[in-house]
Design a protein around this ligand. Structure first.
Ligand code: EPZ
Length: 440
């Protein structure tokens, strides 16, 4: 297992290219089930989760290969498999996105329930409600969702839940609705850019979806979809994380290949902290030269502050001058990073579901353990600013969602290196891991 060793205190400077969005690429890959024609996806990040989903899709008769140009070429070669491999679905929650496409194209699907996660409960009731409204019969048998649908029919469906809409639930129902007979109206659909991206790709495959980017999607079902070539949007979460890396080290970094509107609210908040942010088409420069001001952060569905940067905000605000508050309305218990940040000298206390972040003057490096993908990113940010050496172990979490983050940070001047965890430390890391992982 790998760990990061970071010698903190180096301000980051330079230009860095942002990769393709993981949370777009995964549902787009699953959507390749919807046709037997070739789908070519450009700008798919090279991540552990992409490899896991490729493996799962291979078991479902979809071949995927990286072309010499780096694009992911996908094609269904066998439409008979309907059962998603349990060990792979358990590894990665996003693999549940194969349910809607399997049902719509093959009429049957057996997909294991993805289970709970290190970031809190992850129900799928809204996925199932939406598919049932389209006419699917769904049962849960021994932990598997067993779904059948001789004929999907359009319906009016409300996807609102206690935490807002559901991102992958919208993806599942959308993928089923594009091949359903008649019109489907999805209300309280997720507005996240990754869902609009999926919709644009489906339209390029011949689907008829209107309202993308809004919370009401109108889908007119079509008989068949065809192949396409499509470019995945830039990863707004990676971009926001790198912007915060610039801010926490009091550096100056230009992010290249971004869509700033996709994380506009993060930019607004960074400005409130005192960062200088210059926005240009596809580029963003973030600079900070003094201690940041505290702010109030509430993670909410898009266009709110993404829950996927909540942990990074706590790291950043732990060094601000004054008290900040951070809440997460999407995953109210997603605060596993707090004790580890406190081990680095942060002063964060939980008051119910609100993190009270009392800014400290400095953090001190030591060994910390990442509990999930974004918690790892927060620990790396803290390590970049801490005095002395920070060792972040369990870095496999981070590798699921950030492509070569260490290389990117090093290119900006960070003193970060990847090493293999020593066997004695692996034992410690193992004992401090609370629950098995089920990731994004
Ligand atoms: C997606 O997860 C992302 N994953 C997550 O990214 C992200 O944190 C999350 O959306 C929220 O933005 C992918 O896109 C692959 P949800 P998803 O269904 O779709 C409740 C990362 O770090 N809910 O939108 O699984 C749920 O409990 C990650 O990259 C129900 O009540 O999340 C939560 O409160 C991890 N019933 C809220 O909705 C349901 O059936 C949003 O969850 C489904 C969800």
């Amino acid at each position: 297992m790998d760990e990061f060793r970071i010698l903190g205190g180096e301000p980051l400077h330079g230009i860095v290219k942002v990769g393709g969005a993981k949370n777009s690429a995964l549902p787009l890959m699953a959507a390749s089930i919807l046709t037997d024609q070739p789908i070519r996806l450009e700008h798919v990040p090279r991540l552990a989760d992409v490899d896991t989903l490729s493996l799962l899709l291979a078991g479902l008769g979809v071949e995927s290969v990286r072309g010499t140009d780096g694009a992911l070429q996908m094609q269904t070669v066998d439409e008979t498999p309907i059962r998603a491999a349990r060990e792979l679905v358990r590894q990665m929650r996003a693999s549940f996105c194969v349910l809607g496409p399997l049902l719509a194209r093959r009429g049957r699907a057996i997909v294991p329930l993805p289970g709970g996660c290190n970031i809190g409960p992850r129900p799928v009731d809204l996925h199932l409600k939406g598919l049932a409204a389209l006419g699917a019969e769904l049962d849960v048998v021994d932990g598997d969702v067993v779904a059948r649908a001789a004929d999907l029919r359009g319906a009016a469906i409300d996807l609102g839940g206690p935490g807002g809409s559901t991102v992958t639930g919208t993806a599942n129902v959308l993928c089923a609705a594009v091949l359903a007979r008649g019109e489907t109206i999805l209300r309280q659909a997720a507005r996240e850019p990754e869902i609009a991206d999926l919709g644009h790709c489906l339209n390029a495959m011949g689907a008829r979806i209107a309202g993308l980017g809004t919370s009401t999607l109108r889908i007119t079902g079509v008989g068949e979809l065809h192949g396409t070539s499509y470019r995945v949007i830039p990863d707004r979460i990676e971009a926001a994380t790198l912007a915060m890396a610039a801010a926490i080290t009091r550096g100056s970094v230009t992010l290249d290949g971004v869509i700033p509107e996709h994380f506009g609210i993060v930019i607004d908040r960074l400005r409130e902290t005192g960062c200088n942010v210059e926005v240009a088409p596809h580029r963003l420069r973030v600079a900070a030269d003094c201690r940041l001001k505290p702010v109030e952060i509430v993670a909410e569905p898009y266009p709110g502050i993404p829950t996927d940067v909540q942990a990074q905000w706590i790291a950043l605000l732990s060094l601000a001058k004054g008290r900040s508050t951070v809440r997460d309305r999407v995953f109210p218990g997603r605060f596993q990073h707090v004790p580890e940040l406190n081990r680095l000298g942060a002063d964060v206390a939980m008051a119910g579901e609100t993190a009270l972040v009392h800014g400290v003057a400095r953090l001190h490096g030591r060994r910390v353990t990442a509990s999930d993908l974004r918690a790892s990113a927060a620990l790396v940010l803290a390590g970049l600013a801490a005095e002395g050496e920070t060792i972040v172990d369990e870095i496999h979490h981070l590798d699921r969602g950030y492509e070569k983050l260490d290389d990117k940070l090093r290119s900006l001047g960070a003193a970060i290196r990847r090493t293999a965890t020593a066997p004695s430390q692996m034992t410690n890391a193992y004992h401090r891991t609370v629950t098995p992982t089920c990731g994004p």
